[in-house]
Design a binder for this molecule. Structure first.
Ligand SMILES: Nc1ncnc2c1ncn2[C@@H]1O[C@H](COP(=O)(O)OP(=O)(O)O)[C@@H](O)[C@H]1O
Ligand SMILES: [Mg+2]
Length: 408
């Protein structure tokens, strides 16, 4: 699902509210909207005013006239068949008798999800694209690539919201790279994931002068930190609902949170270099992703620190990996580290250099039309499959393709 299902509860009965919240929060794709600022919701659990049912029905009519896509679940401790009929006539979609039981709620949610999936293809078109950047090994330049692609995208599309997330829980250098000190980050957002809403998210994002919205990891490099299962999926779903592009620096460790992000991403950019140990690891990683039945169109392999005299080595490596390189980023250690030391993106600090020019051009080629097509087919191919679940599948490797190549 491209975005979370946002649910609001309007109940006087605390027990009913608590039970419904509990059942909803067990399902990964739901988010309970709390307070103001959460925008329109997809579903409302509304309690019938048993003394004045017509008041409730009038409210249902009003709500549906302004939000026709909203689904209203009605709940009451007593209900006669006449009132029930009237409730459905005014547009209520489900009725849940009190006390709420799993036998009543679960099938109602399943029916709702089916209807929602029917509508969500058009919603998916509106939601932003998630681009995960994963280093094949530490130090290959994943953070540099994630940051400079994100900033280049923001520079190219000034009026579109772009976000950059630091999911490297073992390093988390992006705050330094951008000179954007953040007191809070992902760890803060995921502390109580059921409370996450747009207001909390927006107050945790830090705005970079380029316009980019930055979300730090919030982790100390030496913390032994793990996110609750489902947390990253919720955070990215919410992020993509308010940004056109969401870039995520996944570091280089395939931990469960990173796998969750890779599963939900529209595109995965693997950053590699042309040194033997890194090529070997790249092959292993591609095998793993292939065995997990990752659609090849979703993966883009990018060589960092490329030297002009390495053309033959690139061709040889492509043959070995069975995959063409989607981009060759020039080697320029002086510019890359000077930019880091000044807390500035390369495209700002050294915009005329070939490396900065690669980013400015490469972002369009890497995340342009190719990614649009990849996203549609990858969603189809990965339906219902998670990386963890697919990882040890016996399906063979098929990573051959001919993408457009940036930087050749
Ligand atoms: N294209 C490049 N040419 C030369 N050096 C680079 C390039 N890209 C990144 N670097 C340097 O590589 C080092 C590691 O980069 P970093 O982005 O932190 O890697 P990672 O996130 O994969 O650990 C940094 O010193 C950075 O300046
Ligand atoms: Mg890094």
């Amino acid at each position: 699902m491209a975005r979370l299902i946002s649910v609001s509860i309007d109940c006087r009965n605390e027990e009913v509210r608590r039970t419904f919240e509990e059942m909803i929060s067990r399902r990964l794709h739901y988010l309970i909207a709390k307070g103001q600022g959460t925008g329109a919701v997809d579903m409302l659990l509304l309690e019938l005013d048993e003394f004045r049912p017509q008041h409730t029905f009038e409210r249902v009519r009003q709500l549906l006239s302004t939000a026709p896509d909203l689904e209203i679940f009605l709940t009451a401790s007593r209900m006669d068949s006449q009132l029930l009929l009237e409730a459905f006539r005014v547009g209520v979609k489900e009725f849940l008798p009190q006390p709420l039981t799993r036998q009543d709620v679960e099938p109602a949610l399943a029916r709702f999800e089916e209807r929602f999936a029917g509508k969500s293809s058009s919603l998916e078109l509106q939601s932003g694209k998630v681009i995960a950047v994963l280093g094949v090994r530490g130090g290959v330049g994943a953070s540099t690539v994630a940051m400079n692609l994100a900033v280049s995208m923001q520079q190219a599309r000034r009026h579109e919201p772009v976000a950059l997330i630091d999911l490297d829980i073992h390093g988390g250098d992006l705050g330094l790279f951008l000179d954007a000190p953040a007191s809070q980050g992902l760890t803060h957002l995921t502390k109580d994931i059921s409370r996450l809403d747009e207001t909390i998210l927006r107050s945790t994002l830090v705005r970079h002068p380029s316009g980019l919205q930055f979300l730090a990891s919030g982790c100390d490099a030496y913390d032994d930190f793990t996110f609750e299962p489902g947390s990253m999926m919720r955070v990215t779903s919410l992020l993509r609902s308010i940004h056109r592009h969401v870039f995520i620096d996944c570091g280089h460790v395939l931990n469960p949170s990173v796998k969750e992000v890779l599963d939900g991403a529209d595109q995965v950019i693997l950053v590699t270099t042309l040194s033997l140990p890194v090529i070997r690891r790249t092959k292993r990683l591609l095998e793993l992703l292939s065995a997990a039945r990752y659609p090849t169109a979703k993966i883009a392999l990018v060589v960092n620190r490329y030297e002009k005299d390495q053309k033959d080595l690139v061709a040889e490596t492509e043959g070995l990996l069975g995959m063409h390189m989607a981009g060759l980023i020039p080697n320029d250690y002086a510019s890359a580290s000077e930019a880091i030391n000044h807390g500035k993106p390369l495209t700002v600090m050294a915009s005329k250099t070939p490396i900065a020019q690669w980013y400015l051009r490469g972002v369009g080629q890497l995340i342009g039309e190719q990614a649009e097509g990849a996203s549609a087919s990858s969603k189809e191919e990965t339906k219902g499959l998670s990386l963890l679940g697919r990882c040890f599948s016996t399906i063979g490797m098929d990573v051959r393709r001919k993408p457009s190549v940036a930087g050749r």
